[in-house]
Design a protein around this ligand. Structure first.
Ligand SMILES: *Cc1c(COP(=O)(O)O)cnc(C)c1O
Length: 461
Protein backbone atom coordinates (compact mmCIF):
# COMPACT_ATOMS: atom_id res chain seq x y z
CA UNK A 1 0.00 0.00 0.00
CA UNK A 2 1.29 3.41 -0.97
CA UNK A 3 2.07 5.87 1.74
CA UNK A 4 1.60 8.73 -0.61
CA UNK A 5 -1.83 9.76 -1.74
CA UNK A 6 -2.25 12.06 -4.71
CA UNK A 7 -5.39 14.03 -4.11
CA UNK A 8 -6.60 14.80 -7.58
CA UNK A 9 -9.58 13.11 -9.09
CA UNK A 10 -9.49 9.40 -9.68
CA UNK A 11 -6.21 8.91 -7.90
CA UNK A 12 -7.90 9.72 -4.66
CA UNK A 13 -8.67 6.26 -3.37
CA UNK A 14 -11.23 7.62 -0.98
CA UNK A 15 -9.63 6.13 2.10
CA UNK A 16 -7.43 9.00 3.09
CA UNK A 17 -9.52 11.83 1.85
CA UNK A 18 -10.90 12.95 5.20
CA UNK A 19 -9.52 16.22 6.35
CA UNK A 20 -7.46 16.87 3.28
CA UNK A 21 -8.22 19.63 0.87
CA UNK A 22 -6.85 20.63 -2.44
CA UNK A 23 -4.47 18.80 -4.64
CA UNK A 24 -1.09 17.74 -3.52
CA UNK A 25 1.04 14.99 -2.20
CA UNK A 26 0.28 14.00 1.36
CA UNK A 27 2.74 12.02 3.34
CA UNK A 28 1.15 9.84 5.94
CA UNK A 29 3.04 9.38 9.13
CA UNK A 30 3.09 5.74 10.01
CA UNK A 31 4.02 4.78 13.54
CA UNK A 32 5.01 1.23 12.69
CA UNK A 33 8.11 2.60 10.97
CA UNK A 34 9.94 2.31 14.25
CA UNK A 35 9.81 -1.46 14.39
CA UNK A 36 10.02 -2.55 10.74
CA UNK A 37 13.16 -4.05 9.33
CA UNK A 38 15.39 -2.07 6.94
CA UNK A 39 14.33 -3.98 3.84
CA UNK A 40 10.69 -3.30 4.51
CA UNK A 41 11.49 0.31 5.34
CA UNK A 42 12.99 0.79 1.94
CA UNK A 43 9.75 -0.25 0.23
CA UNK A 44 7.83 2.07 2.51
CA UNK A 45 9.70 5.11 1.33
CA UNK A 46 7.44 7.78 -0.19
CA UNK A 47 7.36 7.43 -3.92
CA UNK A 48 6.34 9.75 -6.71
CA UNK A 49 2.90 9.29 -8.15
CA UNK A 50 2.48 12.21 -10.50
CA UNK A 51 -0.04 11.34 -13.15
CA UNK A 52 -1.90 13.35 -15.77
CA UNK A 53 -5.32 14.54 -14.69
CA UNK A 54 -8.56 13.05 -15.94
CA UNK A 55 -9.26 16.30 -17.78
CA UNK A 56 -5.97 16.19 -19.62
CA UNK A 57 -6.62 12.57 -20.58
CA UNK A 58 -10.06 13.48 -21.88
CA UNK A 59 -8.70 16.35 -23.97
CA UNK A 60 -8.35 15.08 -27.51
CA UNK A 61 -7.63 17.03 -30.66
CA UNK A 62 -8.84 14.71 -33.44
CA UNK A 63 -6.80 16.53 -36.09
CA UNK A 64 -3.61 15.78 -34.19
CA UNK A 65 -4.74 12.25 -33.44
CA UNK A 66 -5.36 11.53 -37.13
CA UNK A 67 -2.50 13.50 -38.69
CA UNK A 68 0.09 12.21 -36.21
CA UNK A 69 -1.02 8.67 -37.00
CA UNK A 70 -0.49 9.15 -40.75
CA UNK A 71 2.66 8.22 -42.59
CA UNK A 72 3.44 11.49 -44.33
CA UNK A 73 6.54 11.05 -46.47
CA UNK A 74 6.42 13.36 -49.46
CA UNK A 75 7.75 12.40 -52.86
CA UNK A 76 11.33 13.81 -52.86
CA UNK A 77 10.93 14.78 -56.51
CA UNK A 78 8.03 17.15 -55.84
CA UNK A 79 8.00 20.08 -53.43
CA UNK A 80 5.41 19.72 -50.70
CA UNK A 81 2.13 21.61 -51.02
CA UNK A 82 0.17 21.76 -47.77
CA UNK A 83 -3.51 22.44 -48.40
CA UNK A 84 -4.26 21.48 -44.84
CA UNK A 85 -3.28 24.46 -42.72
CA UNK A 86 -6.14 26.69 -41.61
CA UNK A 87 -3.81 29.66 -41.07
CA UNK A 88 -4.11 32.28 -43.83
CA UNK A 89 -0.74 33.84 -42.95
CA UNK A 90 1.56 30.87 -43.65
CA UNK A 91 2.36 31.59 -47.30
CA UNK A 92 2.66 35.35 -46.93
CA UNK A 93 0.30 35.96 -49.87
CA UNK A 94 -2.51 37.32 -47.69
CA UNK A 95 -1.04 40.04 -45.48
CA UNK A 96 -3.29 41.94 -43.11
CA UNK A 97 -4.02 45.57 -43.91
CA UNK A 98 -1.51 48.34 -43.10
CA UNK A 99 -4.20 50.05 -41.01
CA UNK A 100 -4.30 47.01 -38.77
CA UNK A 101 -0.53 47.01 -38.32
CA UNK A 102 -0.49 50.76 -37.80
CA UNK A 103 -3.14 50.52 -35.08
CA UNK A 104 -1.01 47.97 -33.28
CA UNK A 105 2.12 50.12 -33.53
CA UNK A 106 0.26 53.11 -32.14
CA UNK A 107 -1.12 51.05 -29.29
CA UNK A 108 2.41 50.03 -28.33
CA UNK A 109 3.83 53.54 -28.70
CA UNK A 110 1.10 55.06 -26.56
CA UNK A 111 2.49 53.15 -23.54
CA UNK A 112 -1.12 52.95 -22.35
CA UNK A 113 -1.66 49.24 -22.83
CA UNK A 114 1.01 47.54 -20.78
CA UNK A 115 -1.09 46.84 -17.71
CA UNK A 116 -3.95 44.54 -16.81
CA UNK A 117 -7.30 45.25 -18.36
CA UNK A 118 -10.61 44.29 -16.70
CA UNK A 119 -11.21 40.55 -17.13
CA UNK A 120 -13.87 41.11 -19.79
CA UNK A 121 -11.76 43.71 -21.60
CA UNK A 122 -11.41 47.50 -21.63
CA UNK A 123 -14.76 49.27 -21.75
CA UNK A 124 -13.60 51.29 -24.75
CA UNK A 125 -12.65 48.17 -26.70
CA UNK A 126 -15.94 46.46 -25.82
CA UNK A 127 -17.82 49.58 -26.92
CA UNK A 128 -15.95 49.48 -30.22
CA UNK A 129 -16.98 45.85 -30.87
CA UNK A 130 -20.57 46.58 -29.83
CA UNK A 131 -20.68 49.57 -32.14
CA UNK A 132 -19.20 47.57 -35.04
CA UNK A 133 -21.77 44.75 -34.81
CA UNK A 134 -24.81 46.60 -33.50
CA UNK A 135 -27.82 46.79 -35.81
CA UNK A 136 -31.39 48.01 -35.26
CA UNK A 137 -32.82 44.47 -35.04
CA UNK A 138 -30.13 43.33 -32.59
CA UNK A 139 -28.73 46.36 -30.79
CA UNK A 140 -25.55 45.87 -28.77
CA UNK A 141 -23.86 47.90 -26.04
CA UNK A 142 -20.44 47.53 -24.50
CA UNK A 143 -21.91 45.51 -21.63
CA UNK A 144 -23.04 42.87 -24.16
CA UNK A 145 -19.46 42.20 -25.25
CA UNK A 146 -16.94 39.92 -23.54
CA UNK A 147 -13.46 40.02 -25.02
CA UNK A 148 -11.58 36.73 -25.09
CA UNK A 149 -8.29 35.23 -26.15
CA UNK A 150 -9.32 34.32 -29.67
CA UNK A 151 -12.66 32.97 -30.80
CA UNK A 152 -11.57 29.66 -29.25
CA UNK A 153 -11.67 31.09 -25.74
CA UNK A 154 -14.95 32.79 -26.53
CA UNK A 155 -16.37 29.38 -27.45
CA UNK A 156 -14.91 27.83 -24.31
CA UNK A 157 -16.47 30.54 -22.11
CA UNK A 158 -19.81 30.17 -23.87
CA UNK A 159 -19.89 26.39 -23.48
CA UNK A 160 -18.72 26.67 -19.87
CA UNK A 161 -21.43 29.13 -18.89
CA UNK A 162 -24.26 27.20 -20.58
CA UNK A 163 -23.43 23.60 -19.76
CA UNK A 164 -22.87 21.33 -16.80
CA UNK A 165 -21.16 17.94 -16.83
CA UNK A 166 -23.75 15.41 -17.96
CA UNK A 167 -25.48 17.88 -20.26
CA UNK A 168 -25.22 17.52 -24.01
CA UNK A 169 -24.67 19.97 -26.84
CA UNK A 170 -25.61 19.66 -30.50
CA UNK A 171 -22.76 20.19 -32.94
CA UNK A 172 -22.50 19.99 -36.74
CA UNK A 173 -21.16 17.01 -38.69
CA UNK A 174 -18.94 17.73 -40.52
CA UNK A 175 -17.78 20.40 -38.12
CA UNK A 176 -14.94 22.25 -36.48
CA UNK A 177 -13.32 19.83 -34.06
CA UNK A 178 -12.78 22.28 -31.19
CA UNK A 179 -16.40 22.03 -30.00
CA UNK A 180 -16.05 18.35 -29.22
CA UNK A 181 -12.54 18.71 -27.82
CA UNK A 182 -13.72 21.32 -25.31
CA UNK A 183 -17.02 19.68 -24.42
CA UNK A 184 -15.68 16.18 -23.86
CA UNK A 185 -12.86 17.44 -21.65
CA UNK A 186 -15.51 19.14 -19.49
CA UNK A 187 -17.66 16.01 -19.19
CA UNK A 188 -20.27 17.36 -21.59
CA UNK A 189 -21.65 14.93 -24.15
CA UNK A 190 -21.79 15.88 -27.82
CA UNK A 191 -24.48 14.89 -30.30
CA UNK A 192 -23.80 15.47 -33.98
CA UNK A 193 -26.46 16.81 -36.29
CA UNK A 194 -25.99 16.16 -40.00
CA UNK A 195 -25.19 18.69 -42.69
CA UNK A 196 -26.32 17.71 -46.18
CA UNK A 197 -23.67 18.03 -48.92
CA UNK A 198 -26.23 17.68 -51.70
CA UNK A 199 -28.07 20.69 -50.26
CA UNK A 200 -25.00 22.92 -50.01
CA UNK A 201 -24.41 21.68 -46.47
CA UNK A 202 -27.74 22.83 -45.05
CA UNK A 203 -28.63 21.37 -41.68
CA UNK A 204 -30.85 18.29 -41.65
CA UNK A 205 -33.36 20.06 -39.41
CA UNK A 206 -35.41 16.94 -38.64
CA UNK A 207 -32.27 15.22 -37.49
CA UNK A 208 -31.24 18.26 -35.46
CA UNK A 209 -34.56 18.38 -33.65
CA UNK A 210 -34.63 14.62 -33.06
CA UNK A 211 -31.43 14.88 -31.03
CA UNK A 212 -32.85 17.30 -28.47
CA UNK A 213 -33.59 15.90 -25.03
CA UNK A 214 -33.92 17.10 -21.42
CA UNK A 215 -30.17 17.37 -21.10
CA UNK A 216 -29.57 19.48 -24.19
CA UNK A 217 -27.95 22.71 -23.01
CA UNK A 218 -27.27 24.44 -26.31
CA UNK A 219 -26.80 24.02 -30.04
CA UNK A 220 -23.76 25.26 -31.89
CA UNK A 221 -24.36 26.80 -35.31
CA UNK A 222 -21.23 27.55 -37.34
CA UNK A 223 -21.99 29.90 -40.23
CA UNK A 224 -20.13 30.39 -42.57
CA UNK A 225 -18.76 26.93 -42.01
CA UNK A 226 -15.37 25.44 -41.41
CA UNK A 227 -14.80 22.91 -43.04
CA UNK A 228 -17.61 23.31 -45.63
CA UNK A 229 -17.31 26.94 -46.70
CA UNK A 230 -21.10 26.97 -46.81
CA UNK A 231 -23.27 29.99 -45.98
CA UNK A 232 -26.82 29.60 -44.72
CA UNK A 233 -29.66 31.54 -46.32
CA UNK A 234 -31.92 33.76 -44.27
CA UNK A 235 -34.72 31.29 -44.75
CA UNK A 236 -32.64 28.41 -43.43
CA UNK A 237 -31.52 30.46 -40.42
CA UNK A 238 -35.18 31.21 -39.63
CA UNK A 239 -35.89 27.48 -39.67
CA UNK A 240 -32.96 26.80 -37.34
CA UNK A 241 -34.29 29.46 -34.97
CA UNK A 242 -37.73 27.83 -35.04
CA UNK A 243 -36.25 24.53 -33.90
CA UNK A 244 -34.39 26.30 -31.08
CA UNK A 245 -37.44 28.34 -30.12
CA UNK A 246 -39.85 25.39 -30.09
CA UNK A 247 -37.53 23.48 -27.81
CA UNK A 248 -36.22 26.42 -25.76
CA UNK A 249 -32.56 25.74 -26.59
CA UNK A 250 -30.10 28.66 -26.59
CA UNK A 251 -27.71 28.99 -29.50
CA UNK A 252 -23.95 29.37 -29.57
CA UNK A 253 -23.32 30.95 -32.97
CA UNK A 254 -19.73 30.55 -34.20
CA UNK A 255 -19.59 33.44 -36.67
CA UNK A 256 -15.81 33.79 -36.91
CA UNK A 257 -16.21 33.81 -40.73
CA UNK A 258 -19.03 36.36 -40.60
CA UNK A 259 -19.02 38.62 -43.67
CA UNK A 260 -16.39 36.43 -45.36
CA UNK A 261 -18.77 35.47 -48.14
CA UNK A 262 -18.28 35.57 -51.88
CA UNK A 263 -19.91 38.17 -54.10
CA UNK A 264 -23.40 37.14 -55.07
CA UNK A 265 -23.98 35.64 -51.68
CA UNK A 266 -25.22 37.29 -48.51
CA UNK A 267 -24.05 36.76 -44.95
CA UNK A 268 -26.81 37.01 -42.45
CA UNK A 269 -25.93 36.96 -38.78
CA UNK A 270 -28.26 34.82 -36.67
CA UNK A 271 -29.08 37.23 -33.84
CA UNK A 272 -30.98 39.91 -35.81
CA UNK A 273 -33.36 37.19 -37.04
CA UNK A 274 -34.15 35.88 -33.59
CA UNK A 275 -37.28 37.08 -31.85
CA UNK A 276 -36.88 35.03 -28.69
CA UNK A 277 -33.96 32.59 -28.83
CA UNK A 278 -31.03 33.88 -26.76
CA UNK A 279 -27.75 33.76 -28.65
CA UNK A 280 -24.10 33.94 -27.72
CA UNK A 281 -22.35 34.92 -30.93
CA UNK A 282 -18.62 34.22 -31.01
CA UNK A 283 -16.20 35.94 -33.35
CA UNK A 284 -12.76 37.48 -33.54
CA UNK A 285 -10.00 39.06 -35.57
CA UNK A 286 -8.32 35.82 -36.67
CA UNK A 287 -9.86 35.17 -40.05
CA UNK A 288 -11.44 38.32 -41.44
CA UNK A 289 -8.51 40.52 -40.40
CA UNK A 290 -5.97 37.75 -41.12
CA UNK A 291 -4.18 37.91 -37.75
CA UNK A 292 -4.92 34.59 -36.01
CA UNK A 293 -1.79 34.88 -33.89
CA UNK A 294 -3.04 38.04 -32.20
CA UNK A 295 -5.57 36.01 -30.22
CA UNK A 296 -8.45 38.46 -30.14
CA UNK A 297 -11.98 37.12 -29.93
CA UNK A 298 -15.30 38.05 -28.40
CA UNK A 299 -18.74 36.95 -27.31
CA UNK A 300 -21.71 39.09 -28.28
CA UNK A 301 -24.58 38.52 -25.87
CA UNK A 302 -27.92 38.74 -27.64
CA UNK A 303 -30.76 38.38 -25.18
CA UNK A 304 -33.53 40.80 -26.01
CA UNK A 305 -36.16 38.84 -24.11
CA UNK A 306 -34.01 38.62 -21.03
CA UNK A 307 -33.94 34.84 -21.01
CA UNK A 308 -30.27 34.64 -20.06
CA UNK A 309 -31.05 37.27 -17.43
CA UNK A 310 -28.28 38.43 -15.14
CA UNK A 311 -27.21 34.87 -14.35
CA UNK A 312 -25.53 34.08 -17.65
CA UNK A 313 -23.93 37.52 -17.86
CA UNK A 314 -22.55 37.22 -14.33
CA UNK A 315 -21.42 33.69 -15.10
CA UNK A 316 -19.47 34.90 -18.11
CA UNK A 317 -17.84 37.64 -16.04
CA UNK A 318 -16.87 35.11 -13.36
CA UNK A 319 -15.46 32.69 -15.89
CA UNK A 320 -13.49 35.48 -17.57
CA UNK A 321 -11.88 36.15 -14.18
CA UNK A 322 -10.22 32.72 -14.11
CA UNK A 323 -7.60 33.82 -16.61
CA UNK A 324 -7.57 37.26 -18.17
CA UNK A 325 -8.54 37.39 -21.82
CA UNK A 326 -6.79 38.99 -24.75
CA UNK A 327 -3.50 40.87 -24.83
CA UNK A 328 -4.07 44.49 -23.82
CA UNK A 329 -2.03 45.89 -26.73
CA UNK A 330 -4.44 44.27 -29.18
CA UNK A 331 -7.33 45.58 -27.09
CA UNK A 332 -5.81 49.04 -27.40
CA UNK A 333 -5.64 48.68 -31.17
CA UNK A 334 -9.10 47.19 -31.55
CA UNK A 335 -11.16 50.33 -32.02
CA UNK A 336 -8.96 51.53 -34.84
CA UNK A 337 -8.76 48.05 -36.43
CA UNK A 338 -12.55 47.85 -36.58
CA UNK A 339 -13.23 51.44 -37.63
CA UNK A 340 -10.34 52.28 -39.93
CA UNK A 341 -9.72 49.15 -41.99
CA UNK A 342 -10.77 50.12 -45.53
CA UNK A 343 -13.57 48.11 -47.17
CA UNK A 344 -11.23 47.33 -50.09
CA UNK A 345 -9.14 45.17 -47.77
CA UNK A 346 -12.07 42.87 -47.00
CA UNK A 347 -13.06 42.89 -50.68
CA UNK A 348 -9.58 41.89 -51.80
CA UNK A 349 -9.45 38.95 -49.42
CA UNK A 350 -12.87 37.73 -50.42
CA UNK A 351 -12.25 37.97 -54.17
CA UNK A 352 -9.00 36.06 -53.76
CA UNK A 353 -10.74 33.31 -51.81
CA UNK A 354 -13.55 33.15 -54.34
CA UNK A 355 -11.21 32.99 -57.33
CA UNK A 356 -9.06 30.28 -55.73
CA UNK A 357 -12.19 28.32 -54.78
CA UNK A 358 -13.43 28.51 -58.36
CA UNK A 359 -10.11 27.30 -59.74
CA UNK A 360 -10.07 24.41 -57.31
CA UNK A 361 -13.72 23.55 -57.86
CA UNK A 362 -13.60 23.62 -61.65
CA UNK A 363 -10.35 21.63 -61.77
CA UNK A 364 -11.52 18.95 -59.38
CA UNK A 365 -15.11 18.63 -60.57
CA UNK A 366 -13.86 17.05 -63.81
CA UNK A 367 -11.67 14.53 -62.00
CA UNK A 368 -13.33 11.10 -62.09
CA UNK A 369 -14.03 9.91 -58.57
CA UNK A 370 -14.02 13.32 -56.91
CA UNK A 371 -17.02 15.47 -55.98
CA UNK A 372 -16.05 18.93 -54.77
CA UNK A 373 -18.80 21.07 -53.23
CA UNK A 374 -18.49 24.72 -54.26
CA UNK A 375 -18.24 26.95 -51.18
CA UNK A 376 -19.91 30.37 -50.79
CA UNK A 377 -17.59 31.77 -48.17
CA UNK A 378 -14.92 31.16 -45.50
CA UNK A 379 -11.66 29.62 -46.73
CA UNK A 380 -12.27 25.96 -47.38
CA UNK A 381 -13.62 23.57 -49.94
CA UNK A 382 -14.78 20.05 -49.17
CA UNK A 383 -14.17 17.32 -51.74
CA UNK A 384 -16.03 14.01 -51.70
CA UNK A 385 -14.16 10.83 -52.65
CA UNK A 386 -16.07 8.04 -54.41
CA UNK A 387 -14.07 5.62 -52.37
CA UNK A 388 -15.57 2.53 -54.08
CA UNK A 389 -13.76 3.66 -57.23
CA UNK A 390 -10.42 3.70 -55.45
CA UNK A 391 -10.16 0.09 -54.32
CA UNK A 392 -6.57 0.52 -53.13
CA UNK A 393 -7.76 2.76 -50.33
CA UNK A 394 -10.01 1.94 -47.41
CA UNK A 395 -10.93 5.50 -46.61
CA UNK A 396 -10.07 9.22 -46.80
CA UNK A 397 -7.15 8.83 -44.42
CA UNK A 398 -5.41 6.26 -46.64
CA UNK A 399 -6.30 8.24 -49.75
CA UNK A 400 -4.79 11.50 -48.47
CA UNK A 401 -1.81 9.67 -47.02
CA UNK A 402 -0.89 8.21 -50.40
CA UNK A 403 -1.51 11.57 -52.06
CA UNK A 404 1.38 12.85 -49.96
CA UNK A 405 3.60 9.86 -50.76
CA UNK A 406 3.11 10.14 -54.51
CA UNK A 407 2.32 13.78 -55.20
CA UNK A 408 3.51 15.68 -52.10
CA UNK A 409 0.08 17.26 -51.68
CA UNK A 410 -1.46 17.19 -48.23
CA UNK A 411 -5.19 17.65 -47.74
CA UNK A 412 -6.84 17.08 -44.39
CA UNK A 413 -8.94 13.89 -44.36
CA UNK A 414 -12.45 14.88 -43.25
CA UNK A 415 -12.47 12.04 -40.75
CA UNK A 416 -10.94 14.82 -38.62
CA UNK A 417 -14.35 16.51 -38.89
CA UNK A 418 -16.24 13.26 -38.24
CA UNK A 419 -17.00 13.01 -41.96
CA UNK A 420 -15.22 10.12 -43.69
CA UNK A 421 -14.56 9.93 -47.42
CA UNK A 422 -14.19 13.63 -47.92
CA UNK A 423 -11.12 15.81 -47.64
CA UNK A 424 -10.78 19.53 -46.96
CA UNK A 425 -8.71 21.94 -49.00
CA UNK A 426 -7.70 25.34 -47.61
CA UNK A 427 -8.05 27.97 -50.35
CA UNK A 428 -5.77 30.62 -48.87
CA UNK A 429 -2.69 29.21 -50.65
CA UNK A 430 -1.13 31.18 -53.55
CA UNK A 431 -2.89 30.65 -56.87
CA UNK A 432 0.01 28.90 -58.64
CA UNK A 433 0.24 26.46 -55.76
CA UNK A 434 -3.49 25.78 -55.98
CA UNK A 435 -3.25 25.10 -59.72
CA UNK A 436 -0.24 22.82 -59.32
CA UNK A 437 -1.94 20.97 -56.46
CA UNK A 438 -5.04 20.35 -58.58
CA UNK A 439 -2.93 19.00 -61.46
CA UNK A 440 -1.23 16.60 -59.10
CA UNK A 441 -4.52 15.51 -57.50
CA UNK A 442 -5.87 14.79 -61.00
CA UNK A 443 -2.79 12.73 -61.88
CA UNK A 444 -3.10 10.83 -58.62
CA UNK A 445 -6.77 10.06 -59.19
CA UNK A 446 -6.40 8.95 -62.80
CA UNK A 447 -3.71 6.57 -61.66
CA UNK A 448 -5.83 4.95 -58.97
CA UNK A 449 -9.38 5.32 -60.28
CA UNK A 450 -11.17 2.12 -61.21
CA UNK A 451 -14.08 3.07 -63.48
CA UNK A 452 -16.35 0.12 -62.86
CA UNK A 453 -16.49 -1.45 -59.49
CA UNK A 454 -18.81 -4.37 -58.93
CA UNK A 455 -21.20 -2.91 -56.45
CA UNK A 456 -23.94 -4.94 -54.83
CA UNK A 457 -26.47 -3.59 -57.28
CA UNK A 458 -24.67 -5.10 -60.23
CA UNK A 459 -24.15 -8.36 -58.38
CA UNK A 460 -27.89 -8.60 -57.88
CA UNK A 461 -28.54 -8.60 -61.60
C1 LIG B 1 -10.33 29.41 -36.73
C2 LIG B 1 -11.65 29.12 -36.11
C3 LIG B 1 -11.92 29.46 -34.77
C4 LIG B 1 -10.86 29.92 -33.81
O1 LIG B 1 -10.46 31.19 -33.95
P1 LIG B 1 -9.32 31.81 -33.00
O2 LIG B 1 -9.71 33.23 -32.90
O3 LIG B 1 -8.03 31.61 -33.72
O4 LIG B 1 -9.35 31.13 -31.68
C5 LIG B 1 -13.19 29.23 -34.28
N1 LIG B 1 -14.15 28.65 -35.03
C6 LIG B 1 -13.91 28.26 -36.30
C7 LIG B 1 -15.00 27.62 -37.07
C8 LIG B 1 -12.65 28.47 -36.87
O5 LIG B 1 -12.41 28.03 -38.11
Amino acid sequence: MSFVVKMNGALNDGIHSKGMNGNGVHHLSVRTHVSVNPAKLKSNRPRWTVRPSEMSKKTLNPIRAIVDGMKLTPNPEKPMIALSIGDPTVFGNLPTDDTVLQAMKEAIDSHKFNGYAPSVGYQKSRDAVANFYSCPEAPLEGKDVILASGCSQAIELAISVLCNPGDNILIPRPGFSLYKTLAVSMGIQVKHYNLLPEKSWKIDLKHLESLIDDKTACMIINNPSNPCGSVFSKDHLHKILSVASRNCIPILADEIYGDMVFSGCDFQSLAPLSSDVPILSCGGLAKRWLVPGWRMGWILIHDRNNIFGTGIREGLVKLSQRILGPCTVVQGALESILNDTPPEFYQRTISFLKSNSEICFSELSTVPGLNPVMPSGAMYIMVGIEIEHFPEFQNDVEFTERLVTEQSVFCLPATAFEYPNFFRIVVTVPEDMMIEACIRIREFCSRHYLPRSLDSHELDQ
